[in-house]
Write a new protein. Sequence first.
Length: 142
Amino acid sequence: MILYVVDTDILSLYQRNYPQVCTRIRLARQNNLTIKTTVITVEEQYGGRLAQIRKAQNPEALILAYDQLTATFSLFSQLEILKYNRFADDYFRQFRQQGIRIGTQDLRIASIVLAHGGIIVTRNQKDFGQVPGLTIEDWSLE
């Protein structure tokens, strides 16, 4: 079975109802394809939501920030979340030793995807394309 792992950017597009991403995810679900995300994406999403709450300057902004936090929680309750485990950490350390210089969070996401034998779904071909053995799909394209 093919495992598709959506990164933070693709998940954000889905939350904003980006047409191509929503269509691809809907079709994948209709065809019983496996779509998951990573604990790193959870960290990034919740971190962003909590920052919005802290920055809210008025009641409307605070209400919106809490609504978005609730929606994010609901979305993650529908997705299986892949862990950062020993295998992922081994990939991560190996890639750092090889001199792969992409963002730490992206490299952790890539390492999790490889540790679980998945395909990363992302628009970020520039960075993820530097990771040996990583298969990439971009569901934001038509």
